[in-house]
Write a protein of this length. Structure first.
Ligand SMILES: Nc1ncnc2c1ncn2[C@@H]1O[C@H](COP(=O)(O)OP(=O)(O)O)[C@@H](O)[C@H]1O
Ligand SMILES: [Mg+2]
Length: 323
């Protein structure tokens, strides 16, 4: 995204947003209702055009978009037919093939239920089916708009595990602290007319806000008011995440531990590329400014990765010590 600006109803929702997604990026999008979260996803998906700036998708990008609006479905179709209409099988990162039926089963549609006509499914089941169809499209950039609103906890738990293994980029809008902390490591926060990019999960963002922004931001209030499952004030957030003293990798950390060296290599290479581009663009001050911004983001990302590397390796040592 380069200098993305978008107004709706005469209100500027997004102004000069520049962001470059890195491989396996996990970006949460938070903010009050009506602040522009869905608008941002629509811009990324090309469903809306920006007033200025642009969205550039890499040549290999295959988008999957779980939109907030309910989809029209042919009620007479059976669940499995609806999913197969997208694809009969998908291939996972390790090359194995998963059939539509297996995906349905994984997402809590047992074989008997797969032949149920859509008209007999509940609202939540239809949303789950729609999610499956999006995933069967084998996207490598996944946009999720408020999946936590109408998917049940069982489905969310399957989705969280699925995202752990998902090799692509994920942008997800959510008001659910647990889901965000579980799935993302960066936030795009709409706060009173400005967008803040925060590196860390939602609880870390809250801690950061508490330290750096005296009054609780409206984005934050919204988050708390919308939460029905985890409704505690920021101060007790730590209680809700008991993971601090564990001596065990989470599933997400295990994957991270296995890939972190490569991620750091990529982040370093990315910075080398930017430097080369800066040298080539020395006469073009506009482009140079963009590159400076990208360099800043790249350095922040590298720093985050280095911190994660330290954390993961220390944890690995402690695990080894315990074993
Ligand atoms: N199709 C539309 N036409 C005009 N205004 C719209 C349209 N969609 C959204 N908006 C306005 O844009 C603002 C942001 O909407 P949206 O991105 O859906 O917010 P969020 O997803 O953060 O709740 C809202 O104030 C809404 O009134
Ligand atoms: Mg929305």
């Amino acid at each position: 995204m380069k200098d993305l600006t978008k107004s709706m109803d005469g209100r500027t929702l997004i102004k000069d947003l520049t962001y470059i997604a890195v491989p396996q990026d996990r970006v949460g999008i938070v903010g009050p209702n009506g602040s522009g979260k869905s608008t941002l996803l629509n811009l990324i998906a090309g469903k809306l055009q920006p007033d200025s700036g642009e969205v550039q998708l890499g040549a290999t990008v295959k988008l999957g978009y779980f939109t907030q609006e309910h989809q029209d479905m042919d009620d007479s179709m059976r669940a499995i037919e609806y999913v197969k209409e997208e694809a009969e099988v998908i291939r996972t990162a390790d090359g194995s093939v998963i059939t539509a039926g297996q995906m349905l089963e994984r997402f809590l549609f047992p074989p008997a239920m797969q032949w149920t006509p859509i008209s007999k499914l509940s609202g939540g089941e239809k949303r789950r089916l729609y999610l499956l169809r999006v995933l069967m499209g084998a996207p490598n950039v996944l946009l999720l708009d408020e999946p936590t609103n109408d998917l049940d906890i069982g489905t969310l738990s399957v989705l969280e595990d699925y995202l752990d293994e998902f090799p692509g980029v994920v942008f997800t809008v959510s008001h659910d602290r647990y889901f965000l902390d579980r799935t993302i490591d960066k936030l795009t926060a709409f706060e009173n007319g400005q967008i803040r990019l925060h590196v860390g999960d939602y609880s870390e963002y809250e801690e950061w806000l508490a330290k750096n922004v005296p009054a609780q931001s409206s984005a934050d209030k919204e988050m708390n008011s919308k939460q029905n499952t985890v409704q505690e004030p920021a101060a007790s957030a730590a209680v809700a995440s008991p993971a601090r003293e564990k001596v065990k990798f989470t599933f997400k950390e295990q994957r991270e531990y296995e890939t972190i060296d490569e991620m750091i290599g990529q982040a370093e290479q990315h910075l080398v590329d930017i430097t080369a581009q800066m040298e080539a663009a020395f006469a073009d001050s506009g482009r140079l400014q963009e590159l400076v911004e990208l360099q800043r983001q790249g350095e922040a990302e590298l720093e985050r990765l280095m911190e994660r590397w330290t954390y993961l390796n220390e944890l690995a040592e402690r695990i080894a010590g315990k074993a």
